[in-house]
Design a protein around this ligand. Structure first.
Ligand code: MCA
Ligand code: AMP
Length: 505
């Protein structure tokens, strides 16, 4: 029997009394206890009729039990589909139906709203609350603490992670066991993880950064995590002296720099600060080094590819660069029109190939073909250049995407909601600089002739259909949208016009 991801990440730790999770209340979850619970949950999944390759959709708050559900899915051969806790029922319905999930796990608070979604999709529904209670754990508790691991190969799917698209329809990125495992092993080695490490974990566990990068790397090394429900800067400052590594989005680092107690002495026991998911300003990199003596290690990845590049652990960590291709990963910069490789130092689209690159989009062969070339190179949609020392610099995006506090927001999805509102002729959603979140959302609206749209009613409509982090922080009405000769909306002009909306120059 083999299941490479389970065997290497989890199976190798069965019975170990060392801590995997250290919780805010001081309690500890050992590897043995965690894996026992995961096995019990795997029994519940199997008894619930889930078979190898079936999908389980989970919209649950971060907790040890929520993480154990990920391990349970891997052990039971079930494809794990984690969902942002901010998603509304409308958003969830799409993910459940598109993925054909056979089981949904949600907070009891959402049970009623999701029961009709589950019924329509023919999925069963279990609950798992932030405190670990719920029908899933109730059923698990009476199960054996060992489970016969379901056989899977490196090529089989381990997870389905939805990423929004430029058309407004989210795409399920199919990640195989091999994708996740090779990346975790590479990162653990590159970043010198050992069983002595204590990772300060304050990221959500429904995205690649918190679930795969942080967690899988910890598991590969047999290390432990201080496992916090969310990022709270005071709590992080309190816990830094007990930790060796922090992984975060740039907002973590700007908030830490704003904290008066965060200084060189406090960070003296840390060995590594990693940043990713959004651009880290060179200014933040420099200020951080001045304050703490540590150079943040910036890396670059995507849901579809896990991690592609990293600044070196030993060697020059360059501000404003996402570093060098990871071992086994190829990165090239190409002409967006012809696809031809461009010479060094020329800006073009970034393409990547390697064992980290996903298997394609779930049931979307055309979208897969448009972004994943036959020769295995994935077109990231990011623009950049490779400098004379081989370091990659991300310099823009060839896709209409806003990244706010590390969360991706696709304008099209919001524009579709705005356009459907009474009195709205058309709209354009843009990202503008925001000190805390990097970028934030503005909705620019053109009214129907003779109408004055009710902006409060429009915001209310946005609130019912879209997750909070996608909501425009401001709606503005303009007489018309700037267009080029091809009639395409020139968002760069709008971005220029509203660039100081949150931070007046
Ligand atoms: C929370 N809010 C947000 C965001 N987060 N609004 C816009 N953008 C956000 N990122 C909402 C809250 O619901 C709240 O609404 C209001 O904004 C203020 O929240 P605040 O308390 O300031 O925020 P927070 O709860 O402290 O969260 C900020 C955060 C969080 C810590 C930066 O967003 C976060 O953990 N981000 C990490 C995202 C992540 O893991 N990305 C990785 C994706 P109200 O005021 O109405 O209550 S994986 C990826 O990108 C690739 C693969 C990669 O390379 O890693
Ligand atoms: P996601 O779809 O959530 O996986 O987000 C992936 C996108 O985040 C990439 O295509 C980049 O645009 C962006 N990203 C991730 N890491 C970095 C980074 N270190 N610097 C700049 N952008 C990044």
């Amino acid at each position: 029997m083999t299941n490479p991801l389970y065997d290497q990440l989890f199976g190798s730790h069965i019975g170990k009394g060392s801590p995997l999770l250290r919780l805010a209340d001081g309690s500890v979850v050992t590897y043995a206890a965690f894996l026992g619970l995961a096995a019990q949950m795997a029994h519940v999944l199997a008894q619930g009729g889930l078979r190898s390759g079936d999908r389980l959709a989970a919209q649950v708050q971060k907790s040890p039990e929520a993480l154990a559900l990920y391990a349970a899915c891997v052990q039971a051969g079930v494809v794990f589909l984690p969902l942002n806790t901010a998603y509304t029922t409308d958003e969830l319905r799409y993910f459940v139906e598109d993925s054909g999930a056979r089981m949904i796990v949600c907070d009891a608070k959402a049970e009623q709203a999701l029961s009709s979604v589950a019924k329509r999709a023919g999925a069963s529904l279990e609950t798992l609350n932030a405190d670990g209670s719920g029908t899933l754990t109730d059923s698990a508790r009476v199960m054996p603490e060992a489970f016969p691991t379901v056989e899977r190969s490196a090529d089989d799917l381990a997870a389905l992670l939805y990423t929004s698209g430029t058309t407004g329809r989210s795409k399920g990125a199919m990640l195989s066991q091999g994708n996740l495992l090779t990346n975790a092993v590479t990162l653990a080695k590159q970043w010198r993880f050992t069983s002595a490490d204590v990772l300060l974990h304050a990221l959500p566990i429904f995205h690649t950064h918190g679930l795969f990068v942080a967690t899988n790397v910890t598991l590969v090394a047999g290390a432990s995590m201080i496992f916090l429900p969310q990022f709270n800067v005071d709590q992080i400052v309190d816990l830094v002296p007990q930790s060796t590594v922090l992984m975060g989005v740039p907002t973590f680092y700007t908030r830490l720099l704003d904290h008066p107690r965060f200084d060189r002495g406090l960070a003296s026991g840390m060995r590594l600060f990693v940043s990713g998911s959004a651009p880290l300003l060179a200014e933040t990199h420099i200020q951080f080094e001045e304050r703490t003596g540590h150079r943040i290690l910036e890396r670059y990845g995507m849901t579809e590819t896990n991690m592609n590049t990293s600044n070196p652990y030993e060697g020059d960590r360059r501000a404003g660069s996402v570093g060098l291709p990871l071992p086994g990963v190829e990165v090239k910069v190409t002409d967006p029109v012809t696809g031809a490789t461009l010479p060094g130092d020329t800006v073009g689209q970034i393409e990547v190939r390697g064992p980290n690159v996903f298997k394609g989009y779930w049931q979307m062969p055309e979208k897969t073909a448009a972004e994943l070339r036959e020769d295995g190179f994935f077109i990231t949609g990011d623009l950049g250049k490779i400098d004379e020392d081989g370091y990659l610099h991300i310099l823009g995006r060839n896709k209409d995407l806003i990244i706010s506090g590390g969360y991706n927001i696709y304008p099209k999805e919001i524009e579709l909601v705005l356009d459907a509102q009474a009195g709205v002729l058309e709209s354009a959603v843009i990202g503008v600089p925001h000190r805390d979140l990097g970028e934030t959302v503005i909705g620019v609206i053109v009214a129907e002739p003779g109408q004055s749209p009710d902006l409060d009613r429009i915001m209310a409509a946005v609130q019912t259909s879209l997750a909070r982090f996608k909501h425009p922080r401001r709606l503005v009405v303009v007489p018309e949208l700037p267009r080029n000769t091809m009639a395409k909306v020139q968002k760069n002009i709008l971005r220029g016009q509203f660039k100081d909306a949150f931070h007046p120059a």
